[in-house]
Write a protein that binds this ligand. Structure first.
Ligand code: GDP
Ligand code: MG
Length: 447
């Protein structure tokens, strides 16, 4: 996903970082590259202009240029502005307080409506009883496709009687059917056309009037570039969309729709289709998208930091610790000392492409002054305690607190932090170097 865009960004930011000090001209030159990369990713001219202007205002200020790490600051600003145009807050799917909730899935033919209707039904079936309804009567195969997918996923299905030709009537009948079968959520899978089509819009408007949906979700193929944005605008004008679902994000989508739909139409992207299987549906997360686009650049920064702060002796010790299946307090002490050299841990974690990695350690609060206490606490443990922290119970905790000049509460916190780090180290050890190219490089560094 977004490979080309990612590569372009990577080259812009790595050449900028190579410079050390930056002038306003340097930043402007880099932003021209950013602009070109976005246009090539098929983001519309207007959206690119808005984005680049916003970045420029923030990135050419004296506070940024005179800072010790101007290139990193510019990268951070770009990252934040990418999030801003995609929508900072996540936009969840909503449920009507008065069941059954109706969702209407609309979109062009082939965009992924039928597949996504079943994916979404499956996803919602954790807390609801969904019913998928075949309202695409134009192609006989469409009804069968939905029925087959629903059966496979274990989702209830409702379709037309033989010979039935009115999709609005099917939608109406499905409400009574849902009530009789205690289904709390109805997903209407509607017909699409290859192009925007007035007759279809009229049909959908009638359906919307007769069976008022709580969500009108436009399913858009993310591979279609700017066309996706135009389609979203027209559907939104006619039907009043509540959300967009971008499909085929697992392919080589260039990024245009993901970046521009919210900015152009005001309609939030709520979900992302990541594959053909029923479970391949994710919440659309602008932060994760921005990290994916910026990912390499960020990792470059982290690599640089690591290279600067890690001596060969450190690297060898860390390598030992990651290779072992056990993570002890001694390892933790070493990692804490390493982290101290890198800077604020949450910033470091943000740079790592570990899903949930930053969240996993959130609240761990590993700032410099805390690290001093953590070190003191670990140093007050006996050898045996450091090797098997599980044995550190009540009286040992009191002794360690006294010995380190801290409190039992702080010892408890450190032990909790140890557990979190242990989990984190495991996931770092398990990381697939292919999907996380640079993280793989990071592991090599530790090897
Ligand atoms: P509809 O005409 O809008 O109902 O589209 P379909 O649901 O029939 O999907 C068209 C094709 O796109 C099918 O072959 C799906 O398997 C495929 N498809 C849908 N969503 C995704 C996705 O997120 N990733 C991939 N790779 N394929 C998808
Ligand atoms: Mg279909």
């Amino acid at each position: 996903m977004f490979e080309a865009l990612k590569e372009r960004f990577e080259s812009v930011f790595s050449s900028m970082k190579g410079k050390g000090r930056l002038t306003a001209d340097d930043v402007n030159a880099a932003l021209r590259e950013v602009r070109r990369a976005l246009l090539e990713a098929d983001v519309s001219y207007k959206v690119v202009k808005n984005l680049v202007d916003a970045i420029k205002v923030r990135a050419t200020g004296a506070d940024v240029l005179n800072s010790i790490t101007p290139a990193q600051q510019v990268a951070t600003i770009v990252y934040e502005e990418l999030i801003r145009i995609m929508g900072k807050e996540p936009a969840p799917i909503t449920i009507s307080p008065k069941p059954p909730t109706v969702f209407m899935m609309v979109g062009l033919q082939g965009s992924g409506k039928t597949t996504t209707a079943v994916k979404l039904a499956k996803r919602m079936s954790r807390s609801h009883k969904p019913l998928v309804v075949a309202c695409d009567l134009r192609r006989p195969a469409a009804v069968d496709q939905l029925r087959t997918l629903a059966e496979k996923a274990g989702v209830a299905f409702f379709g037309p009687e033989p010979g039935e030709t009115d999709p609005v009537a099917v939608a109406r009948k499905s409400v009574a059917y849902a009530e009789n079968h205690l289904c709390s959520l109805i997903l209407l899978d509607t017909a699409g056309r290859l192009q925007l089509d007035d007759d279809l819009m009229t049909e959908l408007e009638t359906m919307k009037r007769d069976v008022p949906p709580f969500e009108v979700l436009l399913v858009v193929d993310s591979m279609t570039g700017q066309e996706a944005v135009e389609v979203s605008s027209v559907f939104n004008e006619r039907l009043g969309l509540t959300g967009v679902i971008l499909t085929k994000m697992d392919g080589d989508a260039r990024g245009g729709p993901a970046l521009a739909i919210k900015a152009t139409t005001g309609v939030p992207v709520k979900l992302a289709g990541m594959g053909e299987r029923v479970e391949d549906l994710e919440s659309f997360d602008s932060k994760r998208m921005a990290s994916r686009i910026m990912g390499m650049g960020d990792m470059m920064g982290l690599m640089e930091k690591l290279e600067r702060s890690t001596t060969d002796v450190d690297a060898a010790r860390i390598a030992e610790s990651l290779k072992k299946s056990r993570f002890t307090m001694d390892d933790m002490l070493m990692h804490l000392q390493q982290i101290k050299k890198l800077g604020p841990l949450d910033k470091v974690l943000e740079m790592l492409p570990i899903p949930g990695g930053a969240k996993a350690l959130k609240g761990a609060d590993l700032d410099a002054s805390r690290l001093k206490y953590s070190e003191a606490i670990i140093l007050s443990m006996t050898k045996k305690e450091r090797r098997s922290p599980d044995i550190i119970k009540g009286s040992r905790r009191r002794r360690i607190a006294e010995g380190s000049g801290t409190s039992v509460q702080m010892v408890n916190q450190l032990l909790a932090q140890y557990d979190q780090m242990k989990t984190m180290m495991k996931s770092l050890g398990k990381m697939n170097p292919k999907s996380f190219k640079v993280a793989g490089a990071l592991k090599n560094l530790f090897r």
